[in-house]
Design a protein around this ligand. Structure first.
Ligand code: JDH
Length: 248
């Protein structure tokens, strides 16, 4: 899978060299290229922002550096595909106004052969950049959740980590992914324990040490349902509403 990232802070993406994704890069499973947007700003101060049209607080990212950076990536992607039936890349702009990123979206995106992430800063990117690339290909605005970040970099790192681990061969033990997909019933995970059996007077639940696999599976299921009811009741299947006399 090819991943291009456009940002004014390339250093953020050094984190992706570590651990899992770094190894996947070395093994050629993930081709991650980080591009500095400022290389496409040609004035003396390499300016990428300007005041908002119509007034208001803050600054907006100018369209021209984005156009040059993205055109270069798209052209290079076509050249690399070498006339192969490589579909157009999907361009993702992290945005507080985007569709919310979920595990099911990560699964869809892991099927793509080429993703491009455009990381905005300030108050965001001139709307015409989204409109231009949506007219020419596939564009998605995606949010990683309902809280405010200062730019798209941290959101992109989160998405690349979630998507990258689903690319075949990236996760060393595919059994953990198989287990995940079977368990994707929307419930939270059960609590995990390891040795020693007693730590600071706290015991591993005896059922986990008893070797009764049916009992263990049942206990884990109960834990998942109870935990979900406690902290994320919104994830539980909707209870059938009690039938009311007036409904009959
Ligand atoms: C990309 C710039 C900063 C913050 C909206 C409305 C002021 C606009 N889940 C997520 N949270 N935040 C982002 C994200 C934030 C970004 C960019 C992603 C690019 N920013 C920014 C807040 C606003 N706000 C009220 N106005 C007065 C602006 C931009 C994100 C993701 N993914």
């Amino acid at each position: 899978m090819r991943l291009d990232v456009v940002t004014i802070f390339p250093g953020y993406f050094d984190a992706l060299e570590l651990s899992l994704l770094g190894k996947a890069r070395q093994r050629g499973l993930i081709d991650l290229r980080v591009h500095d947007l400022r290389e496409h700003a040609h004035d003396r101060h390499r300016t990428v922002d300007d005041t908002p049209a119509g007034g208001g607080a803050g600054m907006v990212m100018k369209p021209e550096p984005w156009g040059e950076a993205l055109d270069g990536i798209l052209a290079d992607g076509r050249a690399a595909a070498g006339g192969d039936a490589d579909p157009d890349p999907l361009i993702i702009f992290p945005s507080p106004a985007g569709d919310v990123f979920t595990q099911s979206m990560a699964r869809e995106l892991a099927e793509e052969s080429h993703l491009v992430f455009g990381c905005g800063r300030y108050e965001g990117i001139d709307q015409r950049v989204f409109d231009e690339y949506a007219a020419r290909g596939r564009v998605r605005l995606v949010s990683i959740g309902d809280y405010v970040l200062n730019g798209g970099e941290v959101a992109t790192i989160a998405m690349i980590e979630a998507i990258g681990r689903l690319v075949p061969g990236v996760v060393g033990n595919p059994e953990s992914l198989v287990e995940e997909s079977h368990e994707e019933d929307g419930l939270l995970e059960y609590p995990s324990y390891t040795k020693p059996a007693t730590w600071r007077g706290r015991e591993v639940p005896p059922v986990l040490l008893g070797g009764n696999h049916r009992a263990i599976a049942e206990w884990r299921r109960e834990q998942r349902v109870e935990r979900t009811r406690r902290v994320r009741p919104d994830l539980l299947p909707r209870e059938r509403p009690a039938r009311h006399a007036a409904d009959e």
